[in-house]
Ligand binder design. Structure first.
Ligand SMILES: [Zn+2]
Length: 252
């Protein structure tokens, strides 16, 4: 198996080095964006550099937009910067002609581009970026808001030590009230930890999946604590206020 792979790899290497040596004979140009807009499909606006590469003995490169000479470079690196705004909007061909020390003339590949206005560029960029940002914000919003809505003020009243299954996300021990609970699908994953809400005390904390032994110990501690009366159902602030109001009605 590895032998076949090795043969394949060496064939690939041979092909690539062959095509590499052929390309070295030619003049190649490519474009780099310094700033501005590039659609990825040829529509560009802003400041760009045309970079030419050719044989070792390349002595001069002349850069063209269509038939117009836009720059001449007599030493390496054979790069030329230009701004699309200096030329008419619309489709253009970018190319270069190189000269070697031995006097050979090399014609580069053609790069097809379309110069667009800054407005068009930003509009096109906005068409891509704005929906993306909206989708990302919506996803973040859902991940944060949905669990808050569904868990707001809701506390489970599971008797201490009651048997429970911890489910797919595993059990965790609440660092605030020390009771074991099942981790939720909506908890935010942070490495091995989840930012999750304890259903008993309602507090959010960073919890990691607890081992079976740790959970059993926490359950046992829960039973012991219950016997000491720590988990007497607590009355919420609202409830206390409501009871106070009801009491005050009968005072007059
Ligand atoms: Zn808790």
């Amino acid at each position: 198996m590895t032998a076949i792979l090795n043969v394949l790899l060496s064939i690939l290497f041979l092909i690539s080095s062959l095509s590499g040596s052929i390309q070295e004979e030619q003049l190649q140009i490519r474009m780099r964006r310094n700033w501005g807009f590039s659609s990825g499909t040829g529509s560009i606006q802003g400041n760009f550099t045309i970079m030419a590469s050719g044989p070792e003995d390349l002595t001069q490169v002349v850069f063209y937009i269509d038939d117009q000479i836009i720059g001449e470079v007599d030493e390496s690196p054979f790069d030329h910067r230009f701004a699309t705004d200096d030329y008419p909007l619309g489709p253009h061909q970018i190319s270069a002609i190189g000269t070697t020390a031995s006097g050979d003339e090399l014609v580069s590949n053609l790069v097809q581009v379309e110069f667009v206005s800054a407005d068009q560029g930003w509009q096109a960029a906005g068409n891509i970026i704005i929906p993306l940002v909206v989708v990302i914000l919506a996803a973040i919003g859902l991940a944060v808001i949905v669990p808050l809505i569904f868990t707001r003020g809701k506390k489970e009243q599971l008797p201490a030590g009651a048997p429970r299954s911890y489910g797919y996300y595993g059990g965790a021990i609440c660092p605030k009230c020390s009771r074991p609970f099942s981790r939720h699908i909506y908890g935010l994953n942070l490495g091995l930890h989840k930012y999750d809400r304890c259903p008993y005390c309602g507090k959010w904390s960073l919890v990691k999946r607890a081992s079976k032994e740790e959970l059993e110990a926490a359950e046992a501690a829960e039973i012991a604590a219950a016997q000491e009366g720590i988990f007497e159902p607590q009355i919420s602030e609202e409830e206390t206020l409501r009871r106070d109001l009801e009491d005050s009605r009968f005072e007059d």
